[in-house]
Design a protein around this ligand. Structure first.
Ligand code: PLP
Length: 379
């Protein structure tokens, strides 16, 4: 299969697989145990924490290891709101469901949820920040990069407005960290969530970075992670995450890798647009080097994804499939993509392992599949 679903999850790199395997075979003891094998597991976890911290230029002691990006986000938002006297959460309509669904849930529990207006294309309208972020706001939570289109948000400007109002700034960095150079000190954020399976780690390790001094209540009580997140550490996933972070940092150290994949992504789009002239790239502004979201007016994304899968290409769309029909992605609609195009939009996401051959296969298969569906009635 040609794999173009890297924003959903990535193939674990070899170093991550070896690290997870070593953890399962040799370091399977409880890192909280005082005996020697337990302490060996503890030491390995702490080394992995350092590698994860280096990826975002942070101090290892400020990282909380969780089970996923979703859990990190949940801990960040609930954990800051709980001890705060302020009852307002500010976010955007283009967040991942991990933020959007939580915001909706908190809204039903009495938290006032405000959404930042967007400019066409989906970026936050920075001229509107002052009208939304005031001194009643406890937290501003805005994604760094969007999972469906790769669109990058003007985080530093939003963080500045949050800080001016005395609000805590969180970012969902799940699609950003590991793909782009990250420095928590210049980003302006107070909390940053990310997830190892998006940068060639394995599933089961998320990270929440918390700036020292930010008040955070735990949502799962226990002694681990200095009392900030209870639960015995998932040592295999954590060691794999550390190994993946090391490899990602090495890959990011020079820009050539990103330039190469960006060029492959652009070529993929060019080849598709050259043969399907009414196709539309849902970009919206500066975006990640690996993500392409393309709309085929009049088509149903689900039918196209199934045909692509039969023909050996893995891709996805930004919405959950329910009762056999794919609702258009609310995120694309919020970005201003017309419904007719949103219905037929799919996401192709590359990784540093994507080859030219796969790009060629993907373009040819996609074009043939769109033509076939259109010939058979445009379903
Ligand atoms: N936030 C974004 C932007 C994502 O793309 C994802 C996963 O797709 C998540 C959060 C959730 O991360 P995880 O799958 O580790 O729970």
């Amino acid at each position: 299969m040609a794999y173009f679903d890297n924003n959903a999850t990535t193939m674990p790199c070899e170093a991550a697989v070896l690290a997870a395997r070593r953890a399962m075979e040799e370091l399977w003891h409880n890192p909280s145990s005082v005996h020697r094998p337990g302490q060996a597991a503890r030491a390995a976890v702490e080394l992995a924490r350092q590698d994860l911290a280096l990826l975002i230029r942070a101090n290892a002691r400020d990282l909380i290891l969780t089970s996923s990006g979703t859990e990190s986000i949940d801990l960040a938002i609930r954990g800051v709101l709980a001890p705060s006297k302020r009852r307002v959460l500010v976010t955007t309509p283009v967040e991942h469901a991990a933020v959007r669904d939580l915001a909706e849930h908190l809204g039903r529990q009495g938290v006032e949820v405000r959404t930042l207006p967007l400019i066409p294309g989906g970026r936050v309208d920075v001229s509107a920040l002052a009208g939304v972020i005031d001194e009643s706001v406890a937290m501003v939570s805005v994604q760094w990069a969007n999972n469906e289109t790769g669109l990058v948000q003007p985080l530093a400007e939003i963080a500045r407005a949050a800080r001016a109002a005395g609000a805590v700034m969180h970012s969902d960095g799940v699609q950003w960290v590991g793909k782009e150079t990250t420095d928590v000190h210049t980003a302006g954020v107070d909390l940053l969530s990310f997830s190892a399976h998006k940068f060639h780690g394995v599933k089961g390790c998320g990270v929440l970075w918390v700036r020292p001094g930010v008040r955070l209540s735990p949502t799962t009580l226990g002694t681990q992670e200095l009392g900030r997140r209870g639960g015995t550490e998932a040592v295999p996933a954590i060691l794999a995450a550390g190994a993946a972070a090391r490899e990602a940092a090495a890959w990011l150290a020079s820009p050539e890798g990103r330039t190469r994949i960006r060029a492959a992504r652009d070529l993929l789009e060019e080849r598709i647009l050259a043969r399907i002239p009414d196709a539309v790239v849902n970009a919206g502004g500066e975006r990640l080097w690996n993500t392409s979201n393309i709309g085929f007016p009049g088509l149903q994304a689900e039918a196209l994804l199934m045909l692509l899968s039969e023909r050996g290409v893995c891709a996805s769309a930004g919405a959950a499939c329910s009762s056999g029909s794919l609702e258009p992605s609310p995120v694309l609609l919020a970005m201003g993509v017309p419904e007719r195009i949103a219905h037929g939009s799919i996401r192709l996401s590359l990784s540093r392992y994507t080859t030219q051959r796969e790009v060629g296969e993907c373009a040819d298969t996609l074009v043939a599949s769109v033509q076939r569906l259109r010939a058979s009635g445009g379903v």
